[in-house]
Design a protein around this ligand. Sequence first.
Ligand code: HEC
Ligand code: HEC
Length: 187
Amino acid sequence: MKRLALLLACVTAPVAAQAQDSGAAAWDRIYAVASHPRCTNCHVGASGRPAWDDLGYGASRLHGMNIVAGESRIGAESIPCRACHIGAAGDNAVPHAAPQIDDAWRLPPVDLAWRGKSSAEVCAQLRNPETNDGFDMAELIEHVSTSAFVNYGFTPGVGRNPAPGSAVDLARDIEIWAAAGSPCTSD
Ligand code: HEC
Ligand code: HEC
């Protein structure tokens, strides 16, 4: 029996270590997306100021025209996002025109602020439902697979660098990361 336990330990330990490794590698790919300007220009904090990073105005630049989303996150307090960002699918083929998607253009909840944050910070935030707007891993996978916002990040139209990979790759990486126990470099 002891022998069997030892044998099993020998077999399962490398498997567990392998899962850890691929979980960490999957996280690195997730962070490459989550830290990309096509995502972080919206995923900003309580300032409510969306960004125009990596759109040809320099590496770090806030949205022109002094746009502020306010607590509503849709600009209800000032100029609504929809005044320029139409809530219907479009091919975004005109350079520097306001992007449009099949959803009401808006900022995510403050909980989901990623802009300027390190891999360890975003990792800790995203694996904890208390700091990710209440989502478990299955719901995160569902969101990235179906959200018009995420789809936009990978297909932003003419003249804008897309986030690396695809929504399918991202969903698969979250699955690998979750199966490995959602490791973060800070663990
Ligand atoms: C007066 C028009 C106008 C309003 C109102 C407006 N935007 Fe924009 N927005 C634009 C334009 C034009 C661009 C495209 C800039 C470019 O690509 O050079 C843009 C781009 C963006 C981007 C960058 C997208 C990317 O791919 O990086 C974000 C984020 C954004 N807007 C968020 C918002 C939010 C949130 C609101 C409401 C609080 C809002 N905007 C209101 C005109 C507007
Ligand atoms: C135009 C703004 C915008 C852009 C661009 C954007 N998001 Fe979001 N994101 C949101 C909003 C709004 C929510 C809140 C959920 C909702 O209302 O659908 C959200 C929520 C999320 C969530 C949390 C799950 C949830 O449903 O709350 C994840 C994960 C996410 N976004 C990933 C991304 C990734 C990855 C990218 C880039 C490839 C991206 N987002 C680009 C607006 C944006």
